[in-house]
Design a protein around this ligand. Structure first.
Ligand code: SF4
Length: 330
């Protein structure tokens, strides 16, 4: 047995001791796609940097409610709620969070950049924790790939969040130039900042970025990182980020100790061969898949909308949005 197989076997044992044999899909819910930074070198936004036509792409609250109902009814969890911090007036954003909480029946993770303590206090009733988009803990690489997104304000947010009794989570992108040697840094970062949830993505090289001609890290490399995190932090919640070309790695990453699956464009690919293969991969890893990526359940969707504490006019728009989703997916 080679080093990776032994590590994965150990990680799988730990996972099975600490968690049930379930897995599920997590959806990132975006309320806008605007970004004031637009220079992280791996990000699509960096290709828009000199685009004068660039506009804030803000999403309607009706569309957010429709997608949240879909998530709830199809068994997808919401990985985090994300978007440009000033896309919505603050009061309106709080109202949106409140409605989303009532649909899913729980609080949500929030990922909107480093949030000052005063503002965190306002979000506190509706969120279980905050996600810091750290991307890499190698300081040198971080300053190159995220020149305008320093780590320090996130560290302050992690500290404030703990003081307020909230949880901390982070994102990690593999393939930005780090190596296995950087795991030690990651380990101490997780400890120092009380990270309870980590999103582990493999770089998806985006056209026209500096990573365009780079390769995504292999499934073995992503599995190694996940297994190392699992063996060092038995209780941490690990979400694996996969894109539609990385489905054949799902079973390996689950065995390495990941809890859930994300980043698959599910509303476009619902019921497709690829979606079926994700469910099969879960089975291969001996995990039961909670929810569905393939079969639309028979649900009275209008009844779900009627339950919302929003005005009738808004409900009618949510209905239309939900119909559009369901049409695309069926
Ligand atoms: S990764 Fe960087 S450029 Fe891309 S959306 Fe986030 S902050 Fe903006």
């Amino acid at each position: 047995m080679n080093e990776l197989s032994m590590l994965i076997e150990k990680a799988e044992k730990i996972y099975r001791k600490k968690f049930s044999n379930r897995t599920w899909f997590e959806r990132a819910l975006f309320f806008s796609w605007s970004c004031s930074i637009r220079d992280c070198t791996f990000c699509y936004m960096s290709t828009q940097q000199r685009n004068n036509d660039y506009k804030k792409a803000v999403r309607s609250k009706e569309s957010l409610y429709a997608e949240t109902i879909l998530c709830k009814k199809l068994g997808w969890k919401i990985g985090f709620f994300s978007g440009g911090i000033n896309s919505y007036p603050h009061k309106e954003l709080l109202e949106i969070l409140k409605i989303i909480n009532s649909i899913i029946g729980e609080k949500i993770w929030l990922n909107i950049g480093p949030i000052p303590k005063k503002q965190l206090e306002n979000y506190q009733p509706y969120i279980k924790g905050i996600i810091g988009s750290i991307e890499t803990v190698n300081e040198k690489i971080h300053s190159e790939v995220c020149p305008s997104k320093p780590i320090k304000p996130y560290l302050k947010m992690f500290k404030n969040s703990r003081e307020l009794g909230l949880k901390n989570g982070m994102t990690l992108i593999l393939g930005l130039g780090e190596s296995k040697v950087d795991f030690k840094k990651l380990e101490s970062f997780i400890k120092k900042n009380n990270i309870e949830k980590i999103h582990v993505y493999a770089l998806n090289p985006v056209k026209e970025t500096v990573f365009e001609r780079k390769k995504s890290p292999t499934k073995e490399y992503q599995a190694w990182y996940i297994a190392k995190i699992r063996t060092s932090f038995p209780k941490i919640d690990i979400q694996m980020g996969i894109w539609k070309d990385k489905i054949n790695r799902v079973s390996l990453l689950l065995r390495a100790g990941a809890n859930s699956i994300s980043k698959f464009p599910i509303t476009k690919k619902f019921g497709s061969e690829k979606a079926k293969n994700i469910e099969l991969e879960a089975k291969k890893a001996k995990r039961k898949f909670s929810g569905t990526l393939t079969k639309l359940p028979n649900i009275d969707w209008n009844k779900e909308i009627e339950k919302l504490t929003i005005n009738n006019e808004t409900k009618q728009i949510v209905k239309k949005k939900l119909e559009q989703y369901l049409k695309k997916m069926s």
